[in-house]
Design a protein around this ligand. Structure first.
Ligand code: GLN
Length: 538
């Protein structure tokens, strides 16, 4: 049976609980353990699929097509695992399933209650997610004291009874604020949030303290005394120049040893963190810099393109170059402004998105990059707009008012397929999760992937319209990747261009700091070539 690490958060949100949980995963995996991770989101949404990126940031998609919280992206990047639907639970999911069982009569007429029915369902899911593992890390979203979080905290309290206290460890991530006026770090908010946890019966074993200044031993002793943990279990996490240094910083303070000791696991080896040290070194110290324009429609939210941003950095780490990502609001490029606004860019990336707002600006960005031989990478909506731009401006296909047109696309080269139209009212029309893709030999894509059979994750409704395939190919667009089982176009390229690749899928979800996604790696490489050529000419 698996053992469990429960990660809770106190005082305020946005403390980097997800990064802490992911980093614990990195370290335990490096100790030779089979680990995975589960995110609990106390909100009522059944999943993150319907959530607005302006409010919640990116929706992360797993291989099996679950639309999840962006923390699952951190976990995949930190632990290098492929997660699934069972790694993400929400209040909405739990209540739907309990109410369904109640309607079916499964509770035999009993009164259905939060305790035990909801809390049991939560525990059953935690146990299931831990099957076949040495350790399952469970992160509880939100902050201790939130009303929505209570059934989850009660459930993880009961877990200690259910699986044995020696098989669980509670790790509480908290804030030690610095008060400018007093010139002091303050421990009281942490004391209160630990009190809140103890009130519901959870005694944290480890406190991970976020702080902007170094904590001295006296302060750690004080926290240890008031919060009832050993002093070595008070771990300090300062703001790191890159999140990829967090596992290294936590290991230096012995967090992995502490967790193993609490769980009664004998550590077999010292973890080899050399690949992470290399990631940090190259992220920080690469001498050159490329400037990438990220032309999106949710650019005001810092996390709306989280995986894309990370994947770009992974490309930079692999190529030994710093990546300076400059967000450009797609709408600002409308009416011929792209040339002026984008002239700084060594590469243009157009990411995914939903709805028509901003698409004309994306089309202008694609035109600018195509005409000026600037590296261009389109993802999902970005790829679709590259195809529209090409159809309009190169093939002169101006039949935008054909009957195939639908409200969310602006040109019939991208369309809703007939069988999808029938499903439209049911809402079941998205292509979600991993699909196999065959690459055409001799293409740039085939070269950077180094293989011809790939699998990538999708999240979209519209598709490249096969009725236009031949016409677009005749104008020079290369179809470089096809989902053969469904005969759908997945990748387009322009062979003569420095780097013009659009993919219908989201490669960013599969990129890792230590293993960059091939298309992001290749794109940054092309941007570097472009930057160097430009410097030579100047
Ligand atoms: N809105 C487009 C579609 O549904 C693109 C989706 C996306 O970029 N993820 O096909």
């Amino acid at each position: 049976m698996s053992k469990f690490v429960f990660v809770t958060g106190g005082v305020v949100s946005s403390l980097g609980k997800g990064i802490t949980a992911g980093s614990i995963g990195t370290l335990l995996k490096k100790r030779g353990l089979k680990v995975s991770i589960l995110k609990i989101d106390p909100y009522l949404n059944v999943d993150a699929g319907t959530m607005n990126p302006f409010q919640h940031g990116e929706v992360f998609v797993t291989d099996d097509g679950a639309e999840t919280d962006l923390d699952l992206g951190h976990y995949e990047r930190f632990i290098d695992v492929s997660l699934s639907e069972k790694n993400s639970i929400t209040t909405g999911k739990i209540y739907s399933s309990v109410i369904k069982k109640e309607r079916r009569g499964d509770y035999l007429g009993g009164t259905v209650q939060v305790i035990p029915h909801i809390t049991n369902d939560i525990q059953d899911r935690i146990i299931r997610a831990g099957e076949g593992l040495d350790v399952l890390i469970v992160e509880i979203g939100g902050t201790v004291g939130d009303i929505e979080g209570q059934p989850f905290l009660e459930a993880i309290r009961q877990m200690a009874v259910r699986v044995g206290r020696e098989n669980v460890v509670y790790c509480h991530v908290t804030l030690i604020p610095y008060l400018e006026a007093a010139k002091e770090l303050k421990t009281k908010p942490t004391q209160h949030s630990v009190q809140e946890l103890r009130r519901i019966g959870i005694l944290p074993n480890i406190l991970v303290c976020r702080t902007s200044r170094a904590m001295d031993q006296g302060m750690k002793n004080k926290i240890a005394l008031f919060c009832d943990v050993p002093p070595e279990a008070v771990i300090e996490v300062r703001d790191e120049p890159t999140i990829y240094n967090v596992p290294v910083a936590l290991h230096k303070q012995g967090l992995d040893d502490l967790i193993l000791k609490n769980l009664g696991i004998k550590p077999e080896n010292e973890p080899d963190l050399s690949d992470w040290l290399r990631v940090v070194d190259r992220y920080m110290n690469s001498p050159e810099e490329v400037k990438i324009a990220l032309v999106g429609k949710y650019v005001q939210h810092k996390d709306a393109y989280l995986s894309v941003v990370e994947a770009l950095h992974h490309g930079g780490i692999s190529q030994g170059v710093r990546v300076n990502i400059i967000s450009v609001e797609a709408e600002d490029l409308e009416n011929g402004k792209a040339d002026e606004i984008l002239k700084f860019a060594d590469g243009v990336l157009i990411p995914g998105g939903f709805g028509v707002r901003g698409v004309e600006g994306m089309i202008e960005a694609a035109k600018f990059a195509r005409e000026n031989n600037v590296p261009l990478f389109g993802i999902c909506l970005g790829m679709q707009m590259m195809v529209v731009e090409f159809a309009r401006n190169v093939c002169k296909l101006h039949d935008a008012h054909s009957k195939e047109m639908n409200p969310a696309t602006i040109h019939p080269v991208i369309h809703l397929m007939e069988e999808q139209e029938n499903l439209h009212d049911l809402g079941g029309t998205m292509r979600l999760g991993a699909y196999p893709c065959d690459l055409a030999e001799g293409t740039k894509s085939a070269k950077v992937y180094g293989e011809l059979k790939i699998s990538e994750r999708h999240r979209h409704r519209y598709e490249f319209n096969n009725a236009y395939r031949e016409r677009l190919e005749n104008c020079g667009l290369k179809i470089a990747g096809i989902c053969t089982e469904r005969d759908l176009v997945e990748i387009v390229e322009l062979p003569e261009h420095i780097w013009y690749i659009g993919g219908q899928f989201h490669g960013e979800y599969k990129s890792r700091p230590t293993k960059p996604h091939p298309l992001f790696d290749g794109f940054i490489n092309a941007a570097m070539t472009y930057m160097r050529n430009r410097a030579k000419e100047a």
